[in-house]
Design a protein around this ligand. Structure first.
Ligand code: MRU
Length: 353
């Protein structure tokens, strides 16, 4: 299976494909060294893939979980047709627990649950649930394209941007959030230079963002996170463009660890700060960033690199996967429903409706 398909417009990568056998995922742990596809045929395998970062990125996790529900219904309807709903609920709890910060995961599961409730007793649930999961997937790509257009409108010609983590086709249904804006701005000839943080400890920037952009013919320059302040001081970037795992009702944003320090540094240097996230990433139940659960990941991710120890033996590590950027440091939040400049509770509420 090939991750790259002809689609044009600097948009050729897809990270997940549904087939009659099950869900195929490109193994993001192996990139860029190897392009390996895994076939997942049951919900436990899907939960494990999310937990272990075969697939990552908030929207991609949600879409993957939705397909996981289809696999659950298929398995349980075949085994005990009268009880598939109860067994599917158990699987949904398992899927929801796989990673805590990205709200897209529980959002997608709730959509699948509501779809399941509409299915009449005795009817094979798989076609309706597959249609719903595919609709979630397609809507995400459409949202990304809309956000690409809305976000690129803020980018002046000749601008250079810095991005963090991986927010592209690998992290979404396709096209990407922050990388969608960068794809669109590049396509429109607006960008001079794209810089990407390498994004320790998982190296989503150097392994995934660089792979994805180069595959789509967009040149990229990697920097160590520690170089960002100096890059800004030298006036080499005008916008920081990042994604989100969860946006609270007041516009505070949870995103990959290191996002907060980029926002602080950007404000210090007069560099503008854009967050790009679909409405499935908004959590209006969380009043502010304090209410967002932050995932702590194993120490080994910091202490080792590609399985090799890089730290002094005996050193401990603290490894929060995300941090909170306060709304006051954000110039604009871009969603497919519209943009919110200088976000606060009132402007976020107005966007929602
Ligand atoms: O730990 P990860 O790789 O799942 O973290 C991903 C991010 O922080 C992304 O910026 C976020 O999910 C937005 S992806 C469109």
């Amino acid at each position: 299976m090939e991750a790259k398909v002809t689609r044009g417009g600097h948009d050729t990568i897809r990270a997940m494909v549904w087939t009659t056998e099950g869900l195929r995922l490109i193994d993001q742990r192996a990139l860029p060294a190897a392009e390996q596809w895994l076939l997942l045929t049951n919900p436990a395998a899907v939960a494990q893939a999310i937990r272990e970062m075969v697939v990552r990125g908030a929207p991609a996790i949600g879409i993957t979980a939705a397909y996981g529900v289809v696999l659950s219904a298929r398995e349980h309807f075949a085994r005990t047709p009268a009880q598939w709903r109860q067994s599917m609920e158990d699987d949904m709890r398992m899927l929801a627990a796989a990673r805590p910060t990205a709200v897209n995961l529980v959002w997608a599961l709730q959509r699948m649950r509501e779809c399941a409730h509409r299915i009449a007793g005795g009817v094979d649930p798989v076609p309706a649930l597959l249609e719903e999961a595919s609709a979630i997937h397609a809507a995400d790509v459409a949202a990304n394209r809309a956000m690409g257009r809305l976000g690129a409108a803020f980018i002046p010609p000749g601008c250079s941007v810095l991005t963090h983590c991986n927010t592209g086709s690998l992290a979404t249904g396709g096209y990407g959030t922050a990388l969608g804006v960068i794809r669109r701005a590049w396509h429109d000839g607006l960008l001079r230079h794209v810089y990407a943080d390498e994004t320790r400890p998982w190296l989503q920037g150097s392994r995934l963002t660089a792979w994805e952009l180069l595959r789509d013919d967009i040149p990229v320059t990697l920097i160590a996170e520690g170089a960002a302040a100096y890059l800004m001081k030298l006036g080499r970037v005008q916008w920081v463009v990042v994604g989100a795992d969860r946006v609270a009702a007041n516009g505070d944003v949870a995103n990959k660890i290191g996002t907060y320090s980029l926002a602080v540094t950007a404000r210090r240097h007069g560099v503008r700060f854009m967050v790009v996230a679909p409405s499935s990433t908004l959590d209006m139940q969380a009043p502010d960033g304090e209410a967002i659960p932050i995932e702590n990941r194993p120490e080994t991710e910091v202490l080792t690199l590609s399985g090799q120890a890089v730290a002094a033996s005996g050193a401990r590590a603290w490894n929060p996967a995300f941090d909170i950027t306060p709304a006051e440091l954000i110039d604009v939040i871009v969603t497919e429903r519209g943009v919110v400049e200088a976000p606060d509770s009132a402007r976020m509420a107005a966007l929602n409706g």
